[in-house]
Every structure is written in C-alpha cells, then in structure tokens.
Design a protein around this ligand. Sequence first.
Ligand SMILES: *Cc1c(COP(=O)(O)O)cnc(C)c1O
Length: 404
Amino acid sequence: MSVYDRLGVPTLINAKGTATRLSGGRMRDEVTEAMADAARHCVDMADLQAAASREIAAITGAEAGYVAAGASACLLLAAAACLAGLDVARMARLPDARGMPNEIVMVRSQRNGYDHAIRAAGATIVEVGLPDRHAGSGVRDAEVWEIEAALCEATAAIFYVADANALPDLPLVTALASRHNVPVIVDAAAQLPPQANLRRFVAEGADLVAFSGGKVIGGPQASGFLCGRRDLVMSAALQHLDLDVFEDMWRPPSTLIDRSRMKGVPPHGIGRSAKVGKEEIVGLLTALRLFVEEGDAVRHARWLELLRNIQAGLAGTAGFSVRIEGAEDRTCVPTLVLAPADPQCRVEAFINALIDGRPSIHVDASRRAQNLIVINPLCLRDADIPPIVDALTARVPVDDGWLS
Ligand SMILES: *Cc1c(COP(=O)(O)O)cnc(C)c1O
C-alpha cells in the first residue's frame, strides 16, 4: 500500500512535464536514497551549504553556489542580496527597502508570475520596453538603451528572465550592467536542457543565476540553486540561514561566509521563510551530479524511446495523426504531438476526458488553441505507456465530437 493509498489521494500519469501543480517529476532511487541517508543524521547547515557551494561552483563555473527551496526562493534571495549587499542593518530591515537602492530594472515582455519573488524581497520593479506585438508596428522588443535609461542611483539590479526568445541578448545586458556596476540576476529556472546552460549564463556575465532543482535536473520538487558571485551568495546565505545563535558560538565556514567583511551577525533574514532542509540539499546535489553524468545525448535518447513506444502503440489507430517534434535536436526535450484526424473535433474535450479518466492522465495543453495535444516525456516511465495508449485509442473523432 503506497502512502498515497493510505491518504486516499489518487496518483496520476503526468505527461505534461514537471509542473508544480502536478507535484513535479519522479526522483531516481539514488536521489531518494541519498535523501533518506541525509535524514538520518544532523549537520551544521552552513557546513552543508558550503559543500553545496563547492559542488555547484565546480559544475557551473561560478565562484559560489547556494541551495534554497526552489528557483523562486532563489530569486527572493538574489533580490535580497542585491538590495542589502553585506550591510547587516539593511538585511534586518527588508522587505522595507526605503533608504537603499531598491529598484530592479526588468524588460516588460519578461514580466511573469514568478517575479513576485523579486518584489517580495522589497524591491520595486521598473519596467522598460514596449513589446508591441499586436498593433502590427512592433518588430522589436526592449533595447539596451532603454535599460540604460532606467538605471539611476536607486537601481539595485537588473533582472533578466532567460529564454530562447529573450531580448536583448544577455551579453549585451551584462556588458551594460558592468559599465554601470549594477548586478544582473538571471532566472534560468527552466533553461535545461541543454546541459551547457548550467555554465552559459555565468559565462555570459550574470552575477547570480537561479535554476530549479525539481524540473529537468530531477531533484526534489522543493529545491533550486543559485550560482554566481561569492559576495552575493554570501549575502543570500546570511539572509537565509537560521542565525538564532550567540555570536561567540557561531562558526560559519569561511568559504561561504567571510566574517571579516561583516559589522555584526544579522538576525533571521527575509529568506528565512524560504528555508530548505538537509534532505533537499543532499537530494539536489545528488540529482545534479547524475544529471551532468548522464549528458544530453543519453537523456534525449531515453525520452525519445518513451515517445516512440507510445507512437508505436498508436500505429494503425484512427483518432489522431501523430508526430514527434525535436527528435533530431539533442538539446531539447522531444515531444509527441497529436492532431485529431478529423479537424472538426476539438482537443479541449478530449484533454478534459483524459483528466477525468482512471487513471487520470494530464497532457501538455499549451497548444490546445492550435487543436494539438502534446505529450511530454519528462515524468513518464515505461509502465505509463499502456494506459496512455489505451486512453488515446478509447475515443474516436466523429463529426464534431468524440465517440467512446
Ligand atoms: C519554474 C519556474 C520558476 C520557479 O521554479 P521553482 O523551482 O518551482 O521555484 C521560476 N521562473 C521560471 C521562468 C520558471 O519556469
């Protein structure tokens, strides 16, 4: 009997990818075993974060790294680090950011629901650029001069959401930022694969980069990490670690926290509410090591095989025409794309029927407006294939509906 049976919570088949609302992915046994091992012992959390910093630095090429409860938690810490620096009084005051540089400049087209994390630290987002895509006149997005025009005494950082379509290109933004001595925070939560992106944004001059641990890396759902400049990581650590300790009893590892640079010991910081456990830190580091060892090519072949097996199971059935996208591109997550054989039949009803079925199957519905169903292999295992094939062949398009 699984823990979910005991709780009366049905498990589901996740063909959508590592969505948080669907509980993310499934971890490898090596990861869950490392987490169980971690749970059996006690450690000083600063020592564990110093070890995490060393491992993340080696993998990303950054000076330092830090683990928190998700990429979003990391963004909160990154913003707090850029607001307070190593000023203990400022750390203590956040999210009240009055009297310190407190503006974080961001391209308007990059605004998204996760930028709550930046605002939660106390920063005010200053938007630039007009993503003029609907009036018919917009061929450009924000430009470097627009970001530059927004920089002033009050600027604490530039926030950049990395994406294949993000403009202006990051190296142009980091070059501008370094001329003005302003740090650049990069949200790279979902920018894997390709694996090379683990190093790319740091190499392109970002000061702090946030990755999600619970997405393609395959770590705990409530984990993520920062990599970047040592002094900013130190500030993030000081605003995240539990610091309820007498000063003479505090022995932080010097590789993470350089006490000679501080005027005192800060109290609990704004990041305290984004705390992470030793189990998540160990799980993330284990998953990250396995992710790097597997490599893009083997990972891509594993995903492709799952999709080809579904495709083979659907061969000869009438409901959909099926194709694989991204089969040749090892730097992407390939997907299986299904179009109803009868274009009068809309996929929305079919997608909802899959959710309501037993087992419940969640597909990627992001292209339903184009009448396409997308199957993402990230969270699938071999045992999921027969029920997916059964569900996809259980209804056939007839006129403008689905007949089961
Ligand atoms: C997923 C995501 C996040 C949040 O990551 P978590 O690890 O779930 O906190 C932030 N930003 C972007 C762009 C994302 O895709």
